[in-house]
Design a protein around this ligand. Structure first.
Ligand code: FES
Length: 124
């Protein structure tokens, strides 16, 4: 067996391990009635973390709550011109993409979110 074939052979995941790899799943974040009003953001606890949910003109989105500058709580920020504004020093994030407005290298994680039967579900 040459070096490449050996590398490929050793990189394969055995069948018994591949079935143990968990897929992302939607979990309940909140009740629909708890969502922020249009033009507002809000924090929601999820496990050991906190998710920032933003409502931009009725479009709901979810992203990490921790600002990449110095850890400010994004869910406590305001929404201005479609961006979530960190309450500590004003960094702005696109809640759809998590992209910081002024820094192409700064992006917080965003999560798929949906509403089903009055419950807000998030894919983590
Ligand atoms: S911590 Fe968010 S802008 Fe400074």
């Amino acid at each position: 067996m040459d070096a490449l074939a050996s590398l490929v052979a050793h990189s394969e995941v055995p069948a018994e391990q591949s079935s143990a790899i968990s897929m992302p799943a939607f979990v309940k974040l909140a009740a629909q009635s708890e969502l922020p009003a249009p033009g507002e953001a809000k924090e929601f606890e999820l496990g050991d973390g906190i998710i920032c949910v933003a409502n931009v003109d009725g479009t709901i989105s979810a992203m990490d709550n921790v600002c990449l500058h110095h850890g400010g709580p994004l869910g406590q920020g305001m929404i201005e011109e479609g961006k979530v504004v960190c309450p500590w020093h004003g960094w702005q994030y696109d809640p759809q993409t998590g992209q910081a407005a002024h820094n192409p290298n700064a992006r917080v994680a965003v999560y798929p979110i949906k509403i089903e039967n009055g419950e807000v579900m998030i894919e983590i």
